[in-house]
Ligand binder design. Structure first.
Ligand SMILES: [Zn+2]
Length: 459
């Protein structure tokens, strides 16, 4: 498994994903920083930081010039593109609090609000309804070729982000490339995949949507949740809404969840008899329920050296049924026979296009650093050094269609170097916490709630 083998591996991957890579004559410094390096986590620091400065500077100028709202935001803070000269200057780029993306009106005003966040010229959006729901507005944008997606919190507020096709492709490609390089050499186009998420074609939840690329990276993909997932449905399952409709939704959600778990077990059984590679990708709690059931029945599988598990999202609201990532990995090894090096977790968010992925050796979250700059902020929102806890923020050059200079509500600790492996870039501690007082939210969270709050108690 030399350097040459890896180059071949990633070349094959790029070969299957050609449609995600723009033609070279249209490349910007952002495309350079993302598509050129064969491995986003092994770029020599000097080279990567040159790319980081160029790409973030490029995108900042674009946002400042083409987004009136962000320009005003910067002007109020006395910051302009001329203020970026060195790498250190990047830390001064005005950051938008993630709560801003949750602060939206209803009906047609919601469409206007989305249009204001959007950078550049919008395609023609046709909304037929006089008082449209969120889903109707989103679908109108998406019918015009965009990908408006969201993630929701426990209070029922959503984080809405408008991506154009280019930003969506770059985000998907970055996610897939980040995972495939960490799980080397397991990925193979001819492997069989299970998506532990809603069907990307039937939802606008970003954690599901971003998995569209899974269908291009692997020839055969099964989907765990194959029905339409709307904001209304999530609202009913996320909150304690009363009423007959809500009851019916919850009843069916529970029945469907049981069916889903049985189907995943049947799929594992059918692949046990072959020598083919398998990959389970998606929300960790779904696999956790599958493993609980198998354990109860005293059963297990052996997918050693031909199986992988990639999880994304959180358990945060479910301390009761939550399994710490390290225990989860041990369970996967014990029950599915998949070694820890092939059980990786991803940390990402609907607002960003940088994907932090566990390294196979130490399971620290490695951040991309050629087109994306992770930051940790103190209580006054000023960047702190390595080794200190604080609020996670980022400068994301890959966000073309909205300003991707954002502070999140997550609490993290960043280290200059992975304590275990030799990849050169910065890492986050393996598990992410929500900053105190922040509402709970995780990529997988809304999906988990939707499936049924009772499932965890029963199995
Ligand atoms: Zn590492």
């Amino acid at each position: 498994m030399g350097k040459q083998d890896y180059q071949e591996y990633i070349k094959r991957f790029d070969g299957y994903l050609k449609k995600y890579i723009p033609s070279k004559d249209a490349w910007t410094p952002v495309d350079d920083a993302l598509y050129t390096p064969p491995n986003l986590f092994r770029i020599p620091l000097k080279e990567a930081y040159e790319m980081q400065l160029k790409s973030i500077k490029y995108t900042f100028l674009h946002q400042y010039t083409d987004n009136k709202f962000y320009q005003n935001f910067c002007k109020e803070r006395n910051f302009s593109p001329d203020d970026i000269k060195t790498l250190d200057d990047l830390d001064k780029i005005p950051l938008i609090p993630d709560s801003f993306f949750k602060d939206y009106p209803t009906g047609k005003d919601f469409a206007l609000w989305l249009g204001n966040i959007f950078t550049g010229s919008l395609p023609r959006i046709v909304i037929k309804e006089s008082n449209p729901t969120y889903d109707e507005v989103i679908n109108a944008f998406n019918n015009a070729g965009m990908t408006v997606s969201y993630s929701s919190g426990t209070s029922g507020r959503y984080t809405f982000i408008p991506r154009d096709q280019r930003t969506f492709f770059i985000s998907e490609y970055a996610a897939a490339k980040s995972v495939i390089s960490m799980i080397y050499p397991l990925w193979d186009y001819h492997m069989h995949g299970y998506l532990l998420m809603p069907n990307p074609k039937k939802t606008n939840v970003y954690a599901g949507k971003v998995c569209t690329i899974y269908f291009d990276a692997i020839q055969d993909v099964r989907v765990a949740i194959d029905r339409d997932i709307t904001t209304e449905l999530i609202q009913m399952t996320m909150t304690d809404q009363k009423g007959v409709k809500s009851k019916i939704v919850k009843y069916f959600a529970k029945r469907e969840s049981e069916k889903m778990i049985d189907e995943i077990i049947r799929w594992l059984e059918s692949h046990e008899k072959t020598n083919e590679k398998i990959a389970l990708v998606g929300a960790p709690f779904i696999l956790s329920f599958v493993m609980k059931k198998l354990q109860k029945e005293g059963r297990g599988f052996d997918f050693n050296e031909r199986g992988g598990v990639v999880t994304g999202g959180g358990w945060k609201a479910y301390e009761g049924v939550r399994v710490p990532v390290s225990d989860f990995r041990k369970q996967v090894e014990k029950i599915l026979g998949i070694p820890e090096k092939y059980c990786l977790d991803i940390y990402g968010m609907v607002e960003g296009n940088g994907w932090m992925v566990h390294c196979p050796e130490g399971h620290y979250l490695h951040s991309p650093y050629s087109y994306f700059k992770p930051l940790v902020l103190d209580s006054e929102y000023k960047p702190v050094g390595y080794g200190e806890w604080g609020r996670f923020a980022f400068l994301d050059a890959a966000a073309f269609s909205y300003p991707g200079f954002i502070m999140s509500g997550d609490k993290v600790r960043m280290l200059e170097h992975c304590p275990v492996c030799d990849r050169p870039g910065p890492v986050l501690e393996p598990e992410i916490k929500r900053a105190s007082g922040e509402e709970i939210r995780g990529c997988a969270e809304e999906v988990r709630r939707m499936l049924s709050a009772d499932l965890g108690k029963e199995t």
